[in-house]
Design a protein around this ligand. Sequence first.
Ligand code: NI
Length: 255
Amino acid sequence: MLFDTHVHLNADQFDEDVTETIERAKEKGVTEMVVVGFDEKTINRAMELVESYSHLYAAIGWHPVDAIDMTEEHLRWIEELASHPKVVALGEMGLDYHWDKSPKEVQKEVFRKQIYLAKKINLPIIIHNRDADQDIVDILKAEGADQVGGIMHCFGGSLEIARMCLDLNFHISFGGPVTFKNAKRPKEVVKEIPLEKLLIETDCPYLAPHPFRGKRNEPAYVKLIAEQIAELREMNYQELANQTRINAKKLFGIT
Ligand code: NI
């Protein structure tokens, strides 16, 4: 049984075949998934999906690339929706220095406000980090994010950064890149994460694992990611699948 902790089944790419996609995942043993919404449209669609499928859960937040568009009303709306029993985390949120649509200072402010909200309503947070390792760690520390903890989503950083995040009560989640032939760092780092802090995800429709790299990703492929990680850690696949599922259920408070 597998828990895919980060899917975007709410993306346009799944408009035509979301039911079939969820069915294919089931056939591969995917028993739970978290649908992540990060703006008005994707949050609304995530809520529709979790109402329709009993094994889907939602995370809702505001993406750093679009930080400049987030208003106080959006934040209040997210807070209201978060009381829904199937909303299990806030996010994705964080910093993205690759794209320059939103200035860094605006991104930081929007990130801080969401951490503050997560602490207020006691939900874990899902972190998006692109080219912003140190600023992410500094903000998590300064804002006391260890109080709620959460997930470093699709982790691609160094072991040093991973250890700082573990110290801050965060889980480390790996996705498709850990299967790429040229992805040296994630392959090394994934071996060093304590098993009880390890999570798996597809981030579909993005970042499809080998041998589907460049194609549309889907939750069924989380099995390929789990198999690769089990092999790298030289451990039994079933044990890896079960423990990452237990970790996710515990973090998200799913019984
Ligand atoms: Ni994502």
